[in-house]
Design a protein around this ligand. Structure first.
Ligand code: IPE
Ligand code: IPE
Ligand code: MG
Length: 244
């Protein structure tokens, strides 16, 4: 699919279903995570070709720390190896990588590679790719409040000075517009503490496809569905007809 009338500027994806993909094949769950990395690569490439400006992927949630220690440690190793393997390709394809979340929870080695990968792609601006890792929407709002108060302690005595725009400036995705299209694979219809603030008016697209099976065609199906949505932002259809 080469031309959509309405391409979302910001697409966010809850990449769910790796474990089930593996279990269905009598493989260990980690085999699903490993195949999930291939799907990430495919969707980044397809997203860039489709003209998506911001692509935000949920890789590991605040709550995923509750998983068995061996699964968590395999996920961390996969993350590290994917960063090392993919950063050159991202850099050469105009992709700017950012990793957001409570990164202090990661090993120093992983943090160092994250910082290096971000620095290597910092000059790019074709596709802004954000990986949410150790990320939770509630964590994000709390850290934004803390950052806001740290930046200007006098605000504590003037609570009326806090408005949506001021708080949003301190959120982890302050550089990006609100999410237009939120995709969740794996069949569940929930947000699982992803981008709570940023998805306030996102169009929600749920697919039963498991994440390792999600590809460029699946992305096109989501984009085609998105193009049929009427985004009213509280207004009426009649108002939109007069001034879209
Ligand atoms: C998503 O797949 C990947 C992560 C949460 C890290 P899951 O591992 O949640 O896969 P299912 O939902 O168990 O199939
Ligand atoms: C959401 O998937 C988090 C990521 C995809 C990284 P989960 O599989 O952890 O979600 P829940 O716990 O089933 O809602
Ligand atoms: Mg899951």
């Amino acid at each position: 699919m080469s031309k959509h009338t309405k391409i979302p500027r910001h697409v966010a994806v809850i990449m769910d279903g790796n474990g089930r993909w593996a279990t269905q094949r009598h493989l260990p769950r980690v085999a699903g995570h490993s195949r999930g990395v291939d799907a990430v690569r495919a969707v980044i490439e397809a997203g860039g070709r489709r003209g998506i400006e911001f692509l935000t992927l949920f890789a590991f949630s605040s709550e995923n720390w509750r998983r068995p220690a061996d699964e968590v440690s395999v996920l961390m190793r996969l993350f590290l190896s994917a960063l090392q393997k993919e950063v050159g390709r991202l850099r050469d394809n105009g992709v700017r990588l950012r990793v957001v979340g409570e990164l202090d929870a990661f090993e120093p080695e992983l943090r160092r590679h994250i910082a290096e990968a971000e620095a290597q792609t910092a000059g790019n601006e074709k596709l802004k790719l954000t990986i949410c890792a150790s990320y939770g929407g509630r964590w994000d709002i709390v850290q934004a409040v803390r950052a806001l108060l740290a930046a200007d302690p006098s605000v504590a005595a003037r609570p009326a000075a806090v408005d949506e725009a001021l708080l949003a400036r301190h959120l982890a995705l302050a550089f990006a517009p609100d999410v237009d299209l939120l995709i969740r694979t794996g069949g569940e219809q929930r947000i699982s503490n992803f981008l709570l603030w940023q998805s306030a008016y996102a169009e929600l697209y749920f697919t039963d496809l498991l994440w390792p099976d999600f590809d460029a065609n699946a992305l096109d199906a989501a984009l085609a569905w998105y193009a049929t949505r009427e985004r009213r932002f509280g207004r009426t259809s009649a108002q939109l007809a007069v001034s879209p």
